[in-house]
Ligand binder design. Structure first.
Ligand code: SAH
Ligand code: SF4
Ligand code: F3S
Length: 441
């Protein structure tokens, strides 16, 4: 048998890309590729890219530039670009960077094996279709190695919301839900391989409406059925849109024990005028009322969000409305971004906010969000929490895992607890993590 060919995959962007990278590595596994940790060792490099902000997309070209010496030293090295930049820019990538052999969009990675054979033969390959067939169905039956205790599982892809700033509806296409039974099977399979916690993924995950054995299932039904799987202890989902947060999903936060008390529910802005211009289709007040209802179902819920500052037309007053909303809601965790104009989106046509003003607003918002995050963490000190240990920590004898609220927790603990859930008393809150002591069972 010939020696395995070596594949290096680098992933940018959201969790969906993390999931897709695993699937692409499996697909190329059937072509004799084995994953390696550095580009220097590789026979094929695959960048799984993100197009969400200009910086994310530009990073791809600078990364490709860095591979030049590798390619000169090893002319047979194949270089591929996958994901959302591949979808958005297609052939343009090969024009800008002729070293690139292969461009594959997010919906066609099941065709990668054939594309890999084409480029190995010295050709170029490009596929950015939105095919009718389900890319997940065509994946090879993977070998089933043991894996870590947490996994992502894509249940829904694409988005029909068309927020005025966002490329996702163009790069990922229309909203599609995967059939429920297939997802349950995939979840059982993950559990057999050692997984204890599954995060259900979708660009608009709470809009999930997959075909079930007895009609259409929403996300709440899928979660409840998944919770029946023995050995699966924790379920999370991300990312949700406020307008798709239906009653049964809110109820599940209160009565489904395996559903973790954490919710990522982006609002983007606290100004009704800006929300309207963003095409978010709800008001700030409606969002706050929704949060109240979810917290009534699950009082200790840790809320996370996304914000954009400097959206075209944002005034000081609009920005202050965002600060007010943040103060009223209280986030345990959040991401905030300076608006980045994306070609092809409606907002990109409008005059931008002065970048210096946008920077200053972003700094103020981030300071407030950091303060809230820190307060939520500090409030955990002295409490007992369940931690799912994922890996060794930086210190000798230490393990790191996640609490139910998704806080990273460092604990002195024996190595055999890796992959297990243990009770921990939190003793200290650091800038981005907690530390605690094992409580003897
Ligand atoms: N589907 C998810 C988010 C996908 S993108 C949702 O609807 O919330 C993740 C985050 O990136 C968004 O929530 C938004 O805050 C940010 N984002 C998207 N487009 C952006 C842009 N053009 N400029 C700055 N931030 C952006
Ligand atoms: Fe983008 Fe809006 Fe869809 Fe989220 S809901 S992916 S922000 S268009
Ligand atoms: Fe980026 Fe595509 Fe995800 S643009 S955020 S990788 S869906």
């Amino acid at each position: 048998m010939s020696a395995p060919k070596k594949l290096y995959v680098k992933t940018y962007g959201c969790q969906m890309n993390v999931y897709d990278s695993e699937r692409m590595a499996e697909a190329l596994g059937s072509e004799g590729y084995e994953q390696v940790a550095t580009p220097e060792e590789a026979d094929m490099i695959l960048l799984n890219t993100c197009h969400i902000r200009e910086k994310a997309a530009e990073k791809v070209y600078s990364e490709l530039g860095r591979f030049k010496p590798l390619r000169e030293a090893k002319p047979d090295l194949k270089i591929g670009v996958a994901g959302c930049v591949a979808q958005a820019e297609g052939e343009e990538i090969m024009r800008r960077q002729p070293m690139v052999d292969l461009v594959v969009g997010p919906q066609t990675y099941h065709r990668l094996p054939a594309m890999a054979r084409a480029v190995e033969g010295g050709g170029k390959a490009l596929d950015t279709d939105f095919p009718e067939e389900d890319k997940f169905l065509h994946l090879p039956k993977a070998r089933k190695p043991k894996r870590g205790p947490t996994a992502f599982l894509t249940v829904q892809e694409g988005c029909d919301k068309f927020c005025a700033f966002c490329v996702v509806p163009y790069t990922r296409g229309a909203e599609v839900s995967r059939p429920a039974e297939r997802l349950l099977r995939e979840a059982r399979d993950l559990v057999e391989r050692g997984v204890r916690e599954v995060t259900l993924l979708g660009q608009n995950v709470n809009a999930y409406h997959g075909e079930g054995p007895d009609g259409e299932w929403g996300l709440a039904r899928l979660i409840r059925e998944m919770a029946l799987i023995d050995g699966l202890d924790r379920i999370r989902f991300t990312t949700s849109h406020p307008n798709d947060m239906e009653d049964d999903l809110i109820a599940a936060h209160g009565d489904c024990e395996k559903l973790m008390p954490y919710l990522h529910l982006p609002v983007q802005s606290g100004s009704d005028r800006i929300l309207k211009a963003m095409n978010r289709k709800h008001t700030a007040e409606a969002y706050i009322r929704l949060i109240d209802r979810i917290r009534a179902a699950r009082p200790d819920l840790l809320l996370s969000g996304d914000f954009i500052v400097g959206f075209p037309g944002e005034t000081d007053e609009d920005f202050e409305a965002t600060m007010d909303l943040v103060r009223r809601v209280g986030y345990g965790q959040a991401y905030s971004f300076k608006y980045s104009a994306r070609p092809g989106t409606p907002a990109a046509e409008k005059p931008p906010v002065d970048p210096a003003i946008a920077d200053a607003r972003l700094q103020r918002l981030q300071a407030l969000l950091t303060e809230q995050q820190r307060a939520a963490q500090d409030a955990m000190v002295g409490r007992e929490v369940d931690v799912l240990f994922e890996k060794a920590g930086r210190l000798e004898g230490q393990l790191v895992g996640k609490s139910e609220h998704l806080h990273a927790v460092h604990v002195q603990a024996p190595a055999h607890l890796k992959g297990e859930i243990a009770r921990v008393r939190i003793v200290e809150s650091q800038p981005n993590s907690l530390s605690g002591d094992l409580i003897d069972a």
